[in-house]
Design a protein. Structure first.
Length: 277
C-alpha cells in the first residue's frame, strides 16, 4: 500500500503541481458531478483499486463505485466504475487515474494473450525487470492479473547470473561457485547460457535454473533434452506472439517476456461526465 500511495502522490504532484488552472478558472468550487469510466476497446481490466485510490487522494469525499473487478474481460462500452462528488476533484484525478488504469490494463491484456497462446503446454509466462522506473509494483501486479507469473522483483530477491556477471567472474563455473559460497542454502541460482556447451557447463556447475538466451527452437529442444529435468529451464530473448507457442512446445518450463512491460500498448478508457449530474 505504501508503494501505491507513493506512486499516486508523485503522479498527482507531477500533473497538478501548484494548481489546476483550467478547473479553477471554469468550475465553481461547489459544483457536484458524476462521471463514468468507460471501455473504448476490449481488454483485460487491471488497476481499478489504484484508480479508486487516485480519486480518494484528490478528494476523500469522492464516491467510487466499481462495476467490474480486476481480471474481468471487458468489451467496448462497458462501464468500469462510476465516480461522483466535487467536479473539480473528478477533473483533477481524471488523467492520473486513466493513465495508470490504461497502462496496467494494457499489460494485463498483453499478458493474457501470451498465456492463451501457450495454453495446453507446461510452460509458464513470466515477466522481467524491464519495467517503467517507479511503477514496477503496479506493472508486475498487472502481469499476475493477466495470468502470468512474476520473475524476481528486483536485484535483492533472486540470483540471476547473466553474461556480464560471467565475464567479470571468470566463467560460468567460477560464477556459480562464488555464488554458492556467498548465498544461503535457500537461494536458487539461475545462470544465463547462449549455447549447448554453456548449458552443459551450467549443469556441471550445479545451477538450479538455466536461462536459454536467444536460442532457436531446435536448440531449445536439444537444451531441454540435455538438462533432462536436472534443472528448470527458461527461454528468453526474441519472444513474441508469433513464436511463443513453438517455444513452449520445446518443453521449457518458463518463458520470460520483456515485452509484457516494456512494449505494451495502453488500452483506451474514457471518463465521461453525465450531463444531468
Amino acid at each position: 500500500m505504501f508503494e501505491i500511495e507513493r506512486i499516486v502522490r508523485t503522479a498527482l504532484a507531477e500533473d497538478i503541481g501548484a494548481g489546476d488552472l483550467t478547473t479553477e478558472a471554469t468550475i465553481a468550487p461547489e459544483t457536484q458531478a458524476q462521471a463514468r469510466l468507460v471501455a473504448k476497446e476490449p481488454f483485460t481490466l487491471a488497476g481499478l483499486d489504484v484508480a479508486c485510490r487516485v480519486f480518494a487522494m484528490v478528494d476523500s469525499s469522492i464516491k467510487f463505485t466499481a462495476r467490474h473487478q480486476d481480471g474481468d474481460e471487458l468489451k467496448i462500452g462497458d462501464e468500469l466504475a462510476v465516480v461522483s462528488g466535487p467536479a473539480a476533484g473528478l477533473l483533477q484525478a481524471e488523467r492520473v487515474a486513466l493513465n495508470l488504469l490504461q497502462r496496467m490494463s494494457g499489460i494485463a491484456t498483453m499478458t493474457a494473450h501470451f498465456v492463451s497462446a501457450v495454453a495446453g503446454t507446461e510452460a509458464q509466462i513470466v515477466d522481467t525487470r524491464k519495467t517503467t522506473p517507479g511503477l514496477r509494483v503496479l506493472e508486475k501486479y498487472a502481469v499476475r492479473v493477466g495470468g502470468g507469473r512474476n520473475h524476481r522483483y528486483a536485484l535483492y530477491d533472486g540470483v540471476l547470473i547473466k553474461e556480464n556477471h560471467i565475464a567479470a567472474a571468470g566463467g560460468i563455473s567460477a560464477a556459480v561457485q562464488r555464488a554458492r559460497r556467498r548465498l544461503s542454502h535457500i537461494h536458487k541460482v539461475e545462470i544465463e547460457t547462449r549455447n549447448l556447451d554453456e548449458v552443459h557447463e551450467a549443469l556441471e556447475a550445479g545451477a538450479d535454473i538455466i536461462l536459454l538466451d536467444n536460442m532457436d527452437n531446435e536448440t531449445l529442444r536439444q537444451a531441454v533434452e540435455l538438462v533432462a529435468g536436472r534443472a528448470r529451464t527458461e527461454a528468453s530473448g526474441g519472444v513474441d506472439l508469433t513464436r511463443v507457442r513453438g517455444i513452449a512446445q520445446t518443453g521449457v518450463n518458463l518463458i520470460s517476456v520483456g515485452a509484457l512491460t516494456h512494449s505494451c500498448r495502453a488500452v483506451d478508457i474514457s471518463m465521461l461526465f453525465d450531463s444531468e449530474a
